[in-house]
Design a protein around this ligand. Sequence first.
Ligand code: C5P
Length: 232
Amino acid sequence: MGKDVIIACDFASGEETLKFLDIFTEEKPFVKIGMELFYAEGPSIVREIKKRGHKIFLDLKLHDIPNTVKKAMSVLSNLDVDMCNVHAAGTIKMMEGALGGLTRPDGTRPLLIAVTQLTSTDQERMESDILIEKPLEEVVMAYAENAKKAGLDGVVCSPLESEKVHSVCGKGFLTVTPGIRFEGGDVGDQVRITTPAKAKEIGSDYIVVGRPITAAEDPVAAYRKCVAEFIG
Ligand code: C5P
């Protein structure tokens, strides 16, 4: 899989999600399904979207003991998703378990990426609540290296961290980056943002775009603009 734009389908119901996807008559965008939709609708929504020909990033951010994560991942692997994720904080052993669970008997598997530190966690919260006293960027890079050691394919990170992750973990290690906004667009609650064109320049492998597409007056045009800027 090469560079791609992933639409964050942050809708509360399957009905709303499918209605949204119906407007894409010419292309089949890669879609991200998060916890809200998956917990509301269960595996059937994944199967339905897959059946319609979309690639799926199932964003469930697993974090539990290695054996539990391994078993959960083998269920997700049977669902035939294309990308899923875990928290790097679950340890290298947990990430190895996840990878083992995801790998199908024929050796194929979805891409597996790790969340390093959530962008909602800042330096202050990390020190006071998680008791990690190192600089946030150092922690993100160390977690990315752990993910690489465990054999994962990449990390979710801020587009502004893509370059550093690639320099630490190598160019082939994927960076999947949310926090994307068009030049002059509504920022919403995102803080560290960048445009699709800038994300391309910095070297992001996948951009995850929600509201700039889902809340646009013409979502198909907004998606095409993202693709044109990011992939060219
Ligand atoms: O609407 P917006 O483009 O901000 O959506 C970004 C998507 O990426 C949302 O689904 C959000 O939960 C997700 N995300 C994020 N920051 C992270 C990890 C995931 O914005 N660090």
